[in-house]
Design a protein around this ligand. Sequence first.
Ligand code: GLC
Length: 555
Amino acid sequence: MDKHTTYKWWKEAVGYQIYPKTFYDANHDGHGDIQGIIEKLPYFQALGIDFLWICPFFDSPLDDNGYDVRDYYKVHENFGSMQDIKTLITTAKKYNIRIIVDLVLNHTSDEHAWFMDVKNNPDSKYRDYYIIQKANQKMPPNNWGSFFGGSAWEKLNDDEYYLKIFSKKMPDLNWANKELRSALYQIALWWLELGVDGFRIDAIAHIAKDTTYENSTLKSETMFVSDWSKFSNLPQVHAYIREFHEEVLAPNDAFAVGEVGGDPSIEDVLKYCAFDRKELDVTFTFDHMWCNNIDTATSLANLKTNVQELKEKLEYWQVSLIKRAWYPLYWNNHDFNRVVSNYGSQKYPQQSAKALATLMYGMWGTMFIYQGEEIGMENYPFTSIDQFEDVQAKGQYAATPTSQKEAFLKKLIMTSRDNVRTAMQWDDTTNAGFSPVKTDILIHPKYKEINVQQQMQDPNSVWQYYKKIIKLKKSNKTFIYGDIVFKDVIDEQVIQYERFDDTNHYLIIVNLGEYECVIEIPKVISIVLTNTSVTAICETTLTLAAYDSYILKIK
Ligand code: GLC
């Protein structure tokens, strides 16, 4: 049987990711909430959304905005109550919208009852739920660095450290302990029982560690080494995920998308989600997110997309995975800067937002839109370190030597996750319609120009373009299951690929540059979608202005 075309609801569905804190404040306390999501269900329906991935709303000290879970069975009071979640699930069903929750299983908060017991009780039965090692002459057990800057270890007491590959308030769980694994599966089963359709599984690539705990031998300028291989994509991960699949996912036919960082290869990814692996359904990888000079650029003005590299990355994943595993299509999530700022144009922001949508969502895979992407929201114009709220930004800034802090701040302004955590821009009223009361959530100054209300009314808006592309994808199976072939990049700025099956043949053309260029094209039968005003193409050459894009029927 052809597993590529075997029906699964999530292959044909369009997902929308919500960062609840900054999405919509329904109870007027200055903070986004679950009721806010419920109120916006008609909005998702209007756009064509089939499922929502909601970032963590569990009880938490919010050190990492909820990715530090204190109680998996409780909703943080800022977001509402468990009753609100139940209402969300049942109301969403009426709109044919499914809910996916963000399961954080690599670590808990240091305020989770298990870890509190470890801290307070030397004989705690939960000690082995975490990764605790002897200090090395009063220093951390080894030189491993943390994703959030500094050491990957934090002092538990005078003689011992615990592993925390993210923040010190997020101790890593010890998946080698069977009792712990069972407790985690119970959590997942409980949420499925409540009516969710699956999970986005946080940091899943890191649940197994190199248990020799030997120093990294990678060369590093800093004392603690960013050697992700010590806790990423290790063989044991798969045994754990298979067990999770068998005990949790399979009996409930639950959807699971895993976040797989740590620089995985195609072979690594196939181990997680090849059709016959019985692990996850899809995995998020990050390869296509860094195809520009963001490491050396000093401001958005001199940021330049490496179009050739971007094409190669997209092609690599699309062509290597097709018919072997399913794929998620995304430009943005809560951990990156805004795609319009990253790969789009400062001069033509809205036109480039549409071009980028054409490029990404014309490919095969499940669409994941991140809140605000559908109206082309941009990076926030940060100017100083005090404006950042993210624990990662603060941690990395603190770990940067004083002489490099200024340069690091410039980088942070472009790359920080806080860029995508500003308030959703609903309309041109107070606080962009996010909340009517005083809020400490950042409001982007361009909200009067870029907002949902205005764009829903404007036939040429980014929002309307997203709506069209979603409709196209959902009404035409060639865009879901069709094959894909990429063409050579033209003028270092034009990416082209074809999508086809026995019935249809399409050519997708995207100009990712600010310069006009002319390309040769085959005979065009019709224009399926474009962000230009062109309505027919009779010639075999096509002039592309800045960020023009087309989906053309060619056979
Ligand atoms: C994932 C999340 C990120 C979080 C981290 C630790 O990468 O996407 O937001 O900070 O895991 O949970």
